[in-house]
Each structure stands twice: as structure tokens, then as C-alpha cells.
Design a protein. Structure first.
Length: 604
């Protein structure tokens, strides 16, 4: 079978050559007897100065008993010259022939819509993500049709590109329009997508947080390997991906900027498996990073440094995790000082400044169910140095440490129930080697003045240890408290304990030596309110004892409802106000009775 194009398709083709023009024809072949003779399905163009052929055998199967558009580009590189030269041929094409030959003549060939396209382009594009963080790159993909030959991108931030699929880095926060202008030999088209790219603000202390409550997963996350999905308000990875012997060949959920430095990451995590779960930080690329690696099967926790794919153990211990149990991880990397905490307990503390900035991320290896929730990446924040005394255990020079000395002090923070209802994960493997008197609960409020420092101004809270000299310290027994916050107005601190009246600073915390400091003990007026602290003698002041039910008022209920029931009972109990390990007459007679009628003056 042979078909010749009418004269309107012939003549000078030089204006459409190599400009993404196509010869197109719709074919439908019925009752075919088998494949055509080899190389006998083609389009041929010819003229006084030559002939060229384009084979179509690879497309013919699509037209059996169905309409299919055959597409033949007008481009020398796609044709086979039979005679002459392409340059001479296209100046005068006087024949365009479609040829199809079968073994017998049973086929019926239908042909329609024979044309040569000369359409201008239609612009369109998309991007790999719509939300990013500053200094991260994003790839744009051209989706334009009709033979585009040139591209002009405007990313909305005064930057442009002429690449087809450019990679662009946004350096400033904001919402950006993106415009693509495309052209070919036959025309130009432009499309603008308004408010298309959002660059999140990471200049605040909370650089990024995700509670994984809303579907779909935020496009800020960059997942590498694994199967990631949202489930009941947390993120899960379910692929069991790994390469044996290579901890780097695991699953990653990465977020952040390569320029981020001096940060604190917190995240709740659990594994239903017994293989590796953990985190990476100061991530440079696939071969260079720090990694926290926890393997229950091998009873190993390791802090790795990876350099060019070679791992160095910076710290290690042999503690397994419990499957299906949630943990809270906290990793800080500040000025070359690295700290890893699990449930508030510092398990690793090392100095290493190989990497001082980089991306952070979730990590697992050979783990078929790893879960993550309440991810937060915050700034270095502020350090707090507080001093306060409890009346009950105070002996005239310092506070007693009977609870610790007699192994009564619990490993888990005691403020999870009412009235505190604190949700922190603080859960230690052991009490640090420090003179700990008791747990305390510290709250920071950010307000213009003390009177306006109401609960709504609370910006951070944590469980901490109170030492015998009144120092309020981190759970390692020595470090100042750190809060990953930005201070907008002024900081006020609230200290609460189980059976003493809480106090709040009467004045803002002052900055000294890079720390916010405050000493409650120097006068009654250091606590907000009127005579909100007890005179302990010698110019020393402390928190009132005897609030056995922690309701903020020392009254008859403390005795009749609480002390009467506990009297004579040993242990870590609310009615032991002198913290000697037992509820007895000393708690009632020496502390509760003298303080009857006193109340908390913390703004509530």
C-alpha cells in the first residue's frame, strides 16, 4: 500500500527543519496477516536533490485494530538518506510517501488526519516540592508541549535560568511566584504559577517542627530509601531496608539546611522491631555525618562520626531498647559539643568539631516498624542558672540528700500527675553522682513584667534536679538548664516541688556570663508576691514546706486528707516534707503547723 501527500504538504521545508515540527498521521489497521516485510513500513520524502526514509515498523503494533498517531520528527538526525544531502533535499520536497507492505492483501488500512505540525508551544511545569527551607535547592520540571526550543525561568526572587529543568536555591523566606516562558520556531507561551513556592522561616528558635498530625507528609521532608507514611498521628517507616554490614545503607528522613548550626533536636521514637533506630545530624551527604545508632538485637548504642564512608565510634554503651516503648531523644550540637539524651538522661557527651553544621534526620536500618513523633528542631536557646532552697530539708547551711543517699529518689520525673500534668519523658538509668536533694519542676515565662507573667506566657518547662546548695541543674547533675527558645520580652522562672509552695521570680532573670541567672535565697522579695518565701535564718530564704497535697495552699486538708493517712509510712511520698524518707510528726509539727495559711503567690 502506498499513499502520497497532496501538494499543500510539499515545497520548501527549510523553515520547519530542526524546529520540532512533526509529520503526523492516524492509522488503523484491521485484519492484519502478520508483521509487514522488514523495513517496508516507512515514510519517504524526495525531491530533485535527494531522498530520505524514516522507518515506522516499531510503531505499527500500536495501530492494530485501533487508531494510533504515527509521529515523525522533521529532523535530519532521525532520517536515513537514500540519495543526495539533507540540506539540499529540504529546500524542495516534491513527494511525501507513506509505504506499507504485507505478506498478503487481507489488511484494511484506514488513514486520517495527515498533517505537519507547526504549533507554538504550550507552557507548563511542576516542581519536586512546593515547600522548602532556606538554602535548600529545588528542581523544576518543564512539562511544555509542541517542541520547545528555549526556556526562560523566573523564580520570583530576582533569579532566572535558561535551562530546561533547572535546580534553584532559595536563600530567603517568603512565598514566590514562578514564571516559565517557552518558545519554538512557531511562537512563544508563558505561564505564571502564583504563590507557588513557600520558603519557611527558620530564623526563629523553632526552626522546624512536625507533629505528623496532618496528611499528607510535609514536602519539606526528603526521604531516602524506605517506605514512609502517616499513621494515627505519627510517622512510620515499614520497609526493613538495609545492606548487610553497612550502617550507612539504611532509611533516612532528612530535613533542614546544610547551613544550620548550633541546634537542639528532640523527637519521640519507638521500634516494634529489634533492629536499628536512631537519628543523624550535621549531615553533609551520604558518606559524611554524625549518627546516633541504637540496636536492641545487639544491645548497642553508638554515637558515630562518618567521614567519607568510614565510621568512627565517638561513644558507645551496651543498653538495649524495649520494643514498642516510646522514647524521647534529644541531640544537641553546639560549638563542637555534642550531647545525646534519652528521656532526659544524658547518655553521651563528646567534643568533636569535624562537622559544625548540616541537615538533621530520622534514621533506621533493617527495621520493619520504626515510628517517630513530635519532631522539633530548635536553636541553641538560653541557659538558665537558678538557685533556690527548700525549707523542709534545710539544716542551716545546706539541704539534706537523704532521698538520694537511701536510694529513695525515683528515676522517673514525679510531675506527670495532677496538679502539674507534665508530659516530659525524663526517665534516668541512674541518679548522677551529685548531691541531689530532690526533683523540681521549672517553668519559664516570657512577659513584659512579673504581673503579666501568666501561664499563657509559658515558653518552656522541664524537670530538673535541686542540689544540696540550692543549684537547679540538668539531669546530669551539673549542667545549667537549657531551653531552646527565643526571648521576646523578659524571662521569669517558676520553681515547683512536690510539697513546698511554688515560687516565681519577682524580677526578670539577668544575663551574666552567657547565662540567665537568678538567686531566690537572698531575700523574701526575690519571689513574686508579699513574703512569698520563708525566712530560714541568717539572711537566707526558701520555699515554704507543708503543702502535702500540692494544691498551692497550706491548710487543714494537707493533714486530714494526706498526712493522717501517710503518717509512719516510709518512701518517696508527698507528706514527707523534710525529705528524710518518711512521713512523721516532724513533717507535721515542724513544717505544716507553722506554715498554716500560707499560699502560693505565683500568677495562675
Amino acid at each position: 500500500a502506498e499513499a502520497l501527500a497532496p501538494p499543500k504538504f510539499l515545497g520548501d521545508w527549510s523553515q520547519i527543519d530542526n524546529h520540532n515540527a512533526d509529520i503526523r498521521v492516524d492509522l488503523n489497521i484491521n485484519s492484519y496477516s502478520g508483521n509487514p516485510y522488514p523495513a517496508d513500513f516507512f515514510i519517504r520524502i524526495s525531491g530533485p536533490d535527494g531522498a530520505a526514509k524514516f522507518p515506522l515498523n516499531s510503531q505499527i503494533a500500536n495501530a492494530y485494530n485501533d487508531w494510533h498517531t504515527m509521529v515523525v520528527p522533521v529532523d535530519e538526525s532521525q532520517w536515513t538518506m537514500e540519495s543526495g544531502t539533507w540540506a539540499a533535499l529540504i529546500n524542495n520536497v516534491n513527494s511525501l510517501q507513506l509505504n506499507l507492505e504485507y505478506f498478503d492483501g487481507s489488511e484494511t488500512v484506514y488513514m486520517d488526519n495527515f498533517c505537519i505540525t507547526d504549533l507554538p508551544p504550550v507552557a507548563d511545569f511542576d516542581s519536586e516540592t512546593l515547600t522548602i527551607l532556606p538554602d535548600n535547592s529545588i528542581t523544576f520540571n518543564d512539562l511544555s508541549v509542541n517542541g520547545v526550543t528555549s526556556w526562560n525561568w523566573d523564580f520570583g526572587d530576582s533569579e532566572t535560568s535558561t535551562e530546561k529543568n533547572p535546580v534553584h536555591t532559595y536563600t530567603s523566606t517568603g512565598i514566590y511566584d514562578v514564571t516559565l516562558t517557552v518558545s519554538n520556531h512557531f511562537g512563544t507561551d508563558m505561564i505564571t504559577k502564583t504563590a507557588y513556592i513557600e520558603v519557611l522561616d527558620d530564623s526563629q528558635c523553632t526552626r522546624f517542627e512536625d507533629n505528623f498530625d496532618n496528611s499528607p507528609i510535609s514536602s519539606v521532608w526528603n526521604f531516602r530509601e524506605g517506605t514512609w507514611s502517616l499513621n494515627s498521628g505519627y510517622l512510620r517507616q515499614t520497609s526493613n531496608y538495609y545492606i548487610s554490614g553497612n550502617p550507612l545503607a539504611g532509611c533516612y528522613g532528612l530535613v533542614g539546611s546544610p547551613y544550620w548550626q548550633d541546634y537542639v533536636m528532640t523527637c519521640d521514637f519507638r521500634s516494634t522491631d529489634n533492629d536499628v533506630i536512631g537519628f543523624v545530624f550535621n549531615y553533609q551527604d551520604e558518606q559524611n555525618m554524625y549518627m546516633f545508632y541504637w540496636n536492641a538485637q545487639s544491645n548497642l548504642r553508638i554515637l558515630y562520626k562518618w567521614e567519607n564512608g568510614i565510621g568512627t565510634e565517638l561513644a558507645q554503651d551496651d543498653v538495649p531498647y524495649v520494643s514498642n516503648q516510646w522514647y524521647q531523644g534529644e541531640i544537641s550540637s553546639i560549638g563542637g559539643e555534642i550531647s545525646v539524651k534519652i528521656n532526659g538522661d544524658e547518655i553521651f557527651s563528646v567534643s568533636d568539631n569535624t562537622y559544625t553544621s548540616g541537615i538533621v534526620g530520622l534514621y533506621c536500618w533493617a527495621n520493619n516498624q520504626s515510628h517517630y513523633d513530635n519532631f522539633r528542631l530548635g536553636c541553641e536557646g538560653v541557659q538558665i542558672n537558678l538557685t533556690a532552697l527548700l525549707e523542709g530539708p534545710y539544716n542551716g547551711s545546706e539541704m539534706g540528700t537523704n532521698l538520694k543517699d537511701n536510694n529513695i529518689l525515683p528515676l522517673v520525673q514525679p510531675f506527670s500527675g495532677p496538679p502539674w500534668n507534665y508530659t516530659g519523658f525524663e526517665n534516668l538509668e541512674s541518679i548522677p553522682d551529685a548531691p541531689v536533694t530532690d526533683w523540681v519542676f521549672v517553668e519559664l515565662r516570657d512577659a513584659p513584667n512579673a504581673a503579666s507573667a501568666l501561664p499563657a506566657t509559658m515558653v518552656g518547662q522541664t524537670a530538673a534536679f535541686l542540689l544540696e546548695d540550692g543549684s537547679v541543674v540538668d539531669l546530669n547533675g551539673s549542667s545549667p538548664l537549657r531551653f531552646s527558645i527565643d526571648v521576646q520580652d523578659q524571662l521569669f522562672a517558676v520553681i515547683r516541688q512536690r510539697n513546698h509552695l511554688p515560687v516565681m521570680t519577682a524580677n526578670p532573670l539577668s544575663m551574666s556570663g552567657g547565662l540567665y541567672v537568678y538567686d531566690f535565697t537572698t531575700s523574701a522579695g526575690q519571689a513574686f508576691g508579699t513574703d512569698a518565701q520563708k525566712d530560714l535564718g541568717g539572711g537566707i530564704f526558701g520555699m515554704y514546706a507543708g503543702d502535702f497535697n500540692a494544691d498551692g495552699t497550706i491548710n487543714s486538708d494537707d493533714k486530714s486528707v494526706n498526712w493522717d493517712m501517710d503518717a509512719g509510712t516510709p518512701g518517696y511520698i508527698m507528706t514527707d516534707s523534710n525529705l528524710d524518707g518518711q512521713a512523721d510528726n516532724q513533717d507535721k509539727n515542724d513544717l505544716w503547723i507553722p506554715n498554716m495559711g500560707e499560699s502560693s503567690q505565683v500568677p495562675e
